[in-house]
Design a protein around this ligand. Structure first.
Ligand SMILES: C[S@@+](CC[C@H](N)C(=O)[O-])C[C@H]1O[C@@H](n2cnc3c(N)ncnc32)[C@H](O)[C@@H]1O
Length: 232
């Protein structure tokens, strides 16, 4: 069974005190709510599901949703979205036969974003099936990580209740590299949008506002999340 370094974070990941993650949620929700009507039918595979976000972000019926995550603790969080099935597995090596899903989604999948998971997502989809992914932007993450002295491909997560910090993988790529990766994996109709924090959000993470300040833009002008869409 896969082990995940998100096991350590899982208990606190959805805590309101983790403002950076909540700001990503704010941006994602604002960006995705418009697209609900255009979703294909069929089963939905949610990669790196955590507590599950397909109902909240996309209004998908729970009986269509399969949650996949490498953290057993994430998959067993008490407050989670309902789904048809939970799969404890690595998104880069999915223990399912292919062409079963009308939609593959993944929100904030930077811990495992790369060619392996994209190839697996492509294999999972039915012909003409759609994929919707989100990742934090390199425009936000790179200056922050350089300033605090961590590798650009990792993120730091403070576990507030235990007074400790963990570093976990977080793969950020330039938009053109992301598009190239999807095309190499066989996706078509690839699009990528830049999402900023909605103006209605007043509780802004210092990890976001400090980068905005460095760049001389307001808290609502820096793209913090990419929404990536593609078709098989
Ligand atoms: C940043 S969290 C996002 C959780 C959820 N998608 C959300 O937006 O609320 C990343 C999730 O990916 C999971 N994860 C990390 N590496 C993984 C892998 N190789 N395969 C599957 N899930 C993985 C973590 O356990 C965690 O639940």
């Amino acid at each position: 069974m896969p082990q995940s370094n998100y096991d350590e974070i899982a208990d606190e990941y959805y805590d309101a005190r983790h403002i950076t993650s909540r700001n990503f949620d704010n941006a994602t929700k604002a960006a995705l709510n418009d697209g609900r009507a255009n979703l294909p039918s069929g089963l939905v595979l949610e990669l790196g599901a955590g507590k599950g976000r397909s109902i909240e972000f996309l209004g998908i019926a729970p009986e269509r949703i399969i949650h996949l995550d490498s953290s057993e603790i994430m998959l067993n969080l008490k407050e989670r979205e309902n789904c048809l099935l939970k799969i404890h597995a690595d998104a880069c090596s999915i223990p399912l036969s292919g062409s079963q899903f009308g939609i593959v989604v993944g929100f904030l999948i930077d811990p495992f974003f790369g060619l392996d998971c994209l190839a697996e997502a492509h294999r999972m989809l039915t012909r003409d099936g759609s994929m919707i992914l989100t990742v934090p932007t390199i425009a936000w993450g790179k200056p922050l990580r350089q300033r605090i002295g961590i590798d650009v491909m990792t993120t730091r997560f403070r576990i507030i209740d235990r007074g400790m910090t963990v570093q976990v993988p977080s793969n950020l790529h330039a938009p053109e590299k992301i598009i190239e990766m999807l095309e190499v994996c066989g996706f078509r109709e690839v699009s990528l949008s830049n999402i900023c924090l909605p103006q209605s959000v007043l509780d802004v993470s210092p990890d976001i506002s400090s980068v905005c300040k460095e760049k001389g833009v307001s808290n609502y002008e820096l793209p913090i999340v990419h929404v990536i869409r593609a078709v098989k």
